[in-house]
Design a protein around this ligand. Structure first.
Ligand code: NAP
Ligand code: MG
Length: 398
């Protein structure tokens, strides 16, 4: 059998711990036997990040700008414990944060649905994709604990000295205040990423804020989305037969619960933080979520939504058997391969991605799955397997 050829390399970002182990198994068992795999390899494992003073992370993000598509393994974000464990020179920043800052994107997360893993909300038939704005608002907030009576004001001083001043509150006693911000440029790229992704995946786009109460702050989000939609995307949406739908955030929440799914829900930073945990747990598991960073220039970085599964890795190091779910990491690869195929007009590569996803889901639906799914499935006669046997079962089917 001749292998599928690739014309342009993928940017491959290797990672840490248990997901690094899965990464190699996936390549060896599911990719290399079928594809003449072309990648530009960057080792984002913590040891190599430390050796290169984190330069490798920056280089991998720059390479993503060059080639357009990357696939990333989960990586450790160092904390105090990791400083000792890996004897680090510095507490290196989160690679995801670094890459996001360079590519300036929006993260889209969608559940991978499969028969036998049923959503808690019984009306949901199709996945709901969350698009979270990842800049500003309360995450860049400035706060004061007001000690006692006094006047709190909001003051803006322009570069030319012009001043805008609003009274926040005349305090009689102790209280609290908070200042937060966002910038038009970031909201604009958030909007463009959402519209692009909706067209890409042919799904409706929902967006919601509290513009009736927040008449300037939230209203600006609403206005920017609408202006960009009207000027750049309305015709394309119509041609694709999809809809842009704006409503109030509380109305959106109520509609989501009563919907069948099958759309993208764009959320402001805080709403996305809260709602993505609700959506992922209601659909089953973090190990069954896809995650892709889409930049406004149209660069794509695919990853798993979960971390490096440290607890399983320590078991693995002790020679114990693990049953780690590789579905999200497999789907990171299929997402990247499909996008590469699409950009290069490589139909075989796109079809391979479809087949690998189907083989993965069919394996689960036939009853062979890792322990995390075996615990929550509605299927009977389940065969709970270890990390390696799960991947081998997929390979056999493929
Ligand atoms: P984690 O990797 O998300 O795992 C937490 C727990 O969730 C696991 O112990 C396991 O539960 C379950 N789990 C997650 N993924 C699973 C899978 N694929 N299959 C089966 N079970 C799975 O979080 P963590 O272990 O607390 O974090 C480890 C490292 O990941 C941290 O250093 C953090 O910085 C990093 N991290 C990286 C990313 C990223 O690169 N995208 C994201 C988040 C965290 P049981 O133990 O109950 O089986
Ligand atoms: Mg959160």
């Amino acid at each position: 059998m001749s292998k599928i050829q690739m014309t342009t390399p993928l940017v491959e970002m290797d990672g840490d711990e248990m997901t690094r182990i899965l990464w190699k198994m996936i390549k060896d068992e599911l990719l290399l036997p079928f594809i003449d795999l072309k990648t530009e390899y960057y080792d984002l494992g913590l040891e190599h990040r430390n050796e290169t003073d984190d330069q490798v992370t920056f280089d991998s993000a720059e390479a993503t700008k060059k080639y357009g598509v990357a696939v990333k393994c989960a990586t450790i974000t160092p904390n105090a414990a990791r400083m000792d464990e890996y004897d680090l020179k510095e507490m290196w920043k989160s690679p995801n944060g670094t890459i996001r800052a360079i590519l300036d994107g929006t993260v889209f997360r969608a559940p991978i649905t499969v028969k036998g893993i049923e959503p808690t909300v019984s009306k949901w038939k199709k996945p709901i994709t969350i698009a979270r704005h990842a800049y500003g608002d309360v995450y860049k907030g400035v706060e004061i604990k007001v000690p006692g009576a006094g006047k709190a004001e909001l003051v803006y001083t322009g570069e030319d000295g012009t001043e805008i001043r609003e009274t926040i509150h005349e305090f009689d006693g102790a209280g609290i205040i908070q200042g937060m911000h966002n910038v038009d440029k970031s909201i604009e790229s958030f909007a463009r990423s959402c519209f692009k992704y909706a067209l890409d995946t042919k799904q409706d786009l929902w967006f919601a804020t509290k513009d009736t109460i927040s008449k300037k702050y939230d209203h600006t989000f609403k206005d920017i989305f609408q202006e960009i939609y009207d000027a750049e995307y309305a015709q394309q949406f119509e041609a694709a037969g999809i809809e842009y739908f704006y409503t109030l955030i509380d109305d959106a929440v109520a509609r989501v619960m009563k919907s069948e799914g099958g759309y993208i829900w764009a959320c402001k930073n805080y709403d996305g933080d809260v709602m993505s945990d609700m959506i992922s747990s209601a659909f089953g598991s973090l190990a069954m979520m896809t995650s892709v960073l889409v930049s406004p220039q149209g660069y794509y970085e695919y990853e798993a939504a979960h971390g490096t599964v440290q607890r399983h890795y320590y078991k693995h190091l002790k020679g114990e058997e693990t049953s780690t779910n590789s579905v999200a990491t497999i789907f990171a690869w299929t997402g990247a391969l499909r996008k590469r195929g699409e950009l290069d007009g490589n139909k075989e590569l796109m079809e391979f991605a479809d087949k690998l996803e189907k083989a993965t889901l069919d394996t689960i639906e036939s009853g062979t799955m890792t322990k995390d799914l075996a615990l929550i499935t509605t299927l009977e006669n389940v065969n709970a397997v270890n990390s390696e046997d799960f991947i081998k079962a997929i390979a056999e089917r493929l």
